[in-house]
Design a protein around this ligand. Structure first.
Ligand SMILES: [Zn+2]
Length: 444
């Protein structure tokens, strides 16, 4: 079967463009469908052991056990291997069925049928698992028409599609296996009640056409130095940055992609600099924490690398792990060194120490403040040269928040009242705020 491809343009690589998005999900990467984790909540279980929640228990239902055996015989699907370990091809059989093919099921009790499910005492699934180590079971997954070594009972069963040539007794009944997804989809169409009862199985799932990569399949298959665009988008930012920085462009390539590459690495670098190196480019925005999305916006601003701009940031360290403070400060310094003015509203001691100049607004808070009561370099604040500033008083340790000698008892119940040391404190008094949680306490 031959297939034609049109020449790709830059728009074909964008999921925001009708020219580039996956036609099934229109670039969303998700579709309405059956939620696999609700359907198979524990993929470490085997099919016989109840991996599929919607199926009856084959150990209690001989009819269903016979059907499972028939599917297994016809497709090579092993029933005693954890679902997670099944080949994708065989997982697909479970999810999408065997099409229109008719399968023959032999009920236990008919002459030459195997005794797999009954009686339970003699051949339990566990003993079968024991008798069939994974290697054998996986071998059984191979659809070659030779008997598996799993057990004597299994050996008797023939993998044979043509019932008329089989030596076994005539099948008890025939059926088609349509697969979980089509069955559920059909069931949701049958009636409103069905739809309601299946609502927790059906929801937003990864688009099956593009596997969540959002772009059309031919663009998704294009490789740059061995990696496709979706693969790069799935890398942690630090790795993606390393990959792009390692690209060596030559001649024509440099002419085409040189500026682009510089722009991309530049932006990635700022995301890494503000402590987001563990995120991936394909992470959906709603899954980010508040701090993460704030710092992405910050990185976006920093990444533009404009000059002569006044940036006003309100507490950019909020949500940032203190460990990453220095990286943020370094990034802000670079922004300054490009020729910008950076004004921060900030209470963090580390950031105050890193500033070129501090302005203390006071004398009180809210409508009692609003005047610059002091200004100067951070070292002037710390050394006590600055007068009339509450911030300077605390920075220079003229004032401290004393650690309470006695503390309220901590009871084993949800904390309704914050401990006394957690009152909203004036700015830079971190040391005093750090509560000595284990301090000996006496009832107040
Ligand atoms: Zn799609």
């Amino acid at each position: 079967m031959s297939r034609d491809f049109e020449e790709l343009t830059p728009q074909n690589f964008s999921f925001n463009s009708p020219l580039g998005w996956c036609p099934s999900c229109q670039g969303l990467g998700v579709e309405q469908g059956t939620n696999i984790s609700a359907l198979i909540p524990n993929p470490d279980r085997s099919l016989r052991d109840g991996a599929v929640l919607a199926w009856p228990d084959p150990k209690a239902n001989p009819l269903f056990a016979a059907m499972l055996d028939a599917i297994s015989e016809a497709t090579g699907l092993p029933l005693d291997v954890p679902y997670r370990q099944l080949e994708p091809r065989l997982q697909r059989v479970v999810l999408y069925g065997c099409g229109d093919r008719w399968l023959d099921a032999r009920l236990p009790g008919s002459a030459s049928s195997s005794p797999p499910a009954l009686p339970k005492q003699t051949v339990t699934p566990t003993t079968e698992v024991d008798a069939a180590p994974d290697g054998d079971a996986l071998e059984a997954a191979n659809p070659s028409p030779r008997p598996t070594r799993a057990s004597a009972a299994r050996r008797k069963r023939k993998v044979d599609d043509a019932p008329e040539t089989a030596t076994a007794s005539p099948p008890s009944f025939r059926f088609q296996y349509k697969g979980l997804y089509p069955a559920i989809e059909e069931a949701t169409r049958v009636s409103f009640e069905y739809r309601q009862s299946l609502s927790d199985l059906v929801g937003e799932t990864t688009c099956s056409a593009c596997q969540g990569t959002r772009i059309r399949e031919d663009a998704a298959a294009v490789k740059l130095r061995g990696l496709t665009l979706p693969q790069i988008c799935q890398m942690p930012l630090r790795e993606a940055l390393e990959f792009l920085q390692g690209l060596q462009l030559e001649g024509e390539e440099r002419k085409i992609a040189g500026d682009l590459l510089q722009e991309v690495t530049h932006r990635l670098k700022f995301l890494v600099d503000v402590g987001l190196d563990y995120l991936t480019l394909d992470r959906p925005m709603p899954t980010l924490s508040g701090g993460e999305s704030q710092r992405i916006r910050l990185a976006g601003q920093i990444g533009r690398a404009l000059t002569g701009v006044l940036y006003v940031l309100d507490e950019p360290t909020i949500g940032l792990h203190p460990r990453d403070n220095q990286r943020l400060i370094d990034a802000l310094r670079r922004l300054r060194d490009l020729g910008n003015t950076v004004v921060l509203v900030e209470h963090d001691r580390e950031v105050l120490d890193a500033a070129d100049r501090l302005y203390d607004f006071g004398p009180g808070s809210g409508r009692h403040g609003g005047q610059v009561v002091a200004s100067g370099a951070p070292r002037e604040f710390v050394s006590g040269q600055v007068e009339g500033s509450l911030t300077a008083d605390y920075l220079s340790a003229r004032k401290v928040i004393p650690i309470p000698k006695t503390r309220r008892m901590i009871r084993r119940q949800p904390v309704a009242n914050p401990p006394p040391d957690a009152d909203p404190p004036p700015p830079p008094q971190r040391k005093a705020r750090r509560p000595a949680r284990r301090a000996k306490s006496s009832p107040t």
